[in-house]
Design a protein around this ligand. Structure first.
Ligand code: MMH
Length: 267
C-alpha cells in the first residue's frame, strides 16, 4: 500500500505531554481509527538554525525501520510550512526519569528488568547497525504496563560532537565519546553500566559539581560503590564489567543477558 500522506486534519490534538528540545509533544487521536499517539512538533526554524535537516531525516528513517517492543515506534511524519510533526507511539507512563526521581532509586528486580529490556533493544539496534542511542533516563519512557521504551530518536539529532557542547550532561558518555574518538557499539555497553548504577544508587557514578570533574572521573573510571544502599555483589559485579575503559573488554550484550544478576532477577 502506498505510504499514507498524513496531515494535521487526521488528528484531534489533546493535552501537551511535555517539551522536547526542539518543540512540544501532544497527546493526539487519529480521527478515523481513534488510535492514540504522541505527536511531536518540531519547528523547522530550529532545525535549520542548527543545520540538523539531514540528520533529522536520517534519524527518522532509522526509527521508522526499527520494530522492537522496547523501542518507541515512529509511525510516520508530515510537515507544514513551519513545523515537522512526528507521529510517535504513546507511552502512558511517561519518562522513567520521573519515577527514578520520585522513588530516589529502584528495587534491584525492577532495575534488572529495565537493564535486560535495554540490552535486548540495543542488541536489536546493533544488528540493524544503529548505535549510540544516547540512552539516559529522560530518553526512556514507560508504557501502560511499565515496559521500557527507548524514545530518544525524535529530536536527538545533534551529531555527537555538537551534543557534547549542548546543554546535555556528560554523565552517560563513554571515555572514547568524551574524547571524541571514533567509537563503536561498545559505547552502549558502557552506558548500560552507567544506567544500572543510577537505577540502584539514584545518581550516575561519575557525577560531579563541574563538567570538568565529571570528565576527569570518566577518564579515570573513578568508580566507587557507597556502603548504603546495600546493593548486591552481583549487581556491582555487572556494573564493574561494563564500566571498563577499554571498550573491547566490556561485557557483551549477550553476556549481560547471561549474567547471574539478570538471570536471578528477570527469568
Ligand atoms: C508530565 O507527566 C507526564 C506523564 C506521562 C507522559 C507520557 N508521555 N508519553 C509519551 N509517549 N510518547 C512520547 C513521545 C511521549 C513523550 O514524549 N512524553 C514526554 C515528553 C516530554 C516530557 C515528558 N515528561 C514526563 C514527566 O514524562 C514526557 C507525559 C507527561
Amino acid at each position: 500500500t502506498p505510504k499514507k500522506q498524513w496531515s494535521l486534519n487526521d488528528f484531534e490534538i489533546g493535552k501537551p505531554l511535555g517539551k522536547g528540545k526542539f518543540g512540544r509533544v501532544y497527546l493526539a487521536r487519529e480521527v478515523k481509527s481513534g488510535f492514540i499517539v504522541a505527536l511531536k512538533v518540531i519547528f523547522k526554524e530550529q532545525i535549520e538554525k542548527y543545520r540538523l535537516h539531514h540528520q533529522l531525516r536520517r534519524e527518522m528513517e532509522i526509527q521508522t525501520s526499527l520494530r522492537h517492543p522496547n523501542v518507541l515506534r515512529l509511525y510516520g511524519w508530515f510537515h507544514d510550512e513551519k513545523r515537522i510533526y512526528l507521529i510517535l507511539e504513546y507511552a502512558h507512563g511517561g519518562e522513567l526519569y520521573r519515577e527514578l526521581r520520585k522513588t530516589g532509586r529502584l528495587p534491584e528486580k525492577e532495575a534488572a528488568i529495565y537493564i535486560a529490556s535495554l540490552t535486548q533493544a540495543l542488541a536489536y539496534c546493533h544488528e540493524k547497525h544503529v548505535i549510540h542511542r544516547d540512552i539516559k533516563p529522560e530518553n526512556l519512557l514507560l508504557d501502560h504496563e511499565g515496559r521500557l521504551k527507548i524514545a530518544d530518536f525524535g529530536w536527538s539529532v545533534q551529531s555527537r560532537s555538537k551534543r557534547h557542547t549542548m546543554c546535555g550532561t556528560l554523565d552517560y558518555l563513554a571515555p572514547e565519546m568524551v574524547e571524541n574518538k571514533a567509537h563503536d557499539y561498545a559505547v552502549d555497553n558502557w552506558t548500560l553500566g552507567i544506567l544500572c548504577y543510577e537505577f540502584l544508587y539514584g545518581v550516575p557514578p561519575f557525577e560531579a559539581e563541574r563538567q570538568t570533574d565529571t570528565f576527569r572521573r570518566i577518564m579515570k573510571v573513578d568508580l566507587s560503590f557507597p556502603s548504603t544502599p546495600d546493593v548486591s555483589a552481583e549487581a556491582k559485579n555487572l556494573i564493574s564489567q561494563l564500566l571498563v575503559k577499554d571498550s573491547s573488554k566490556r561485557l557483551s550484550l549477550q553476556k549481560i543477558m547471561e549474567h547471574p544478576w539478570i538471570i536471578k532477577n528477570v527469568t
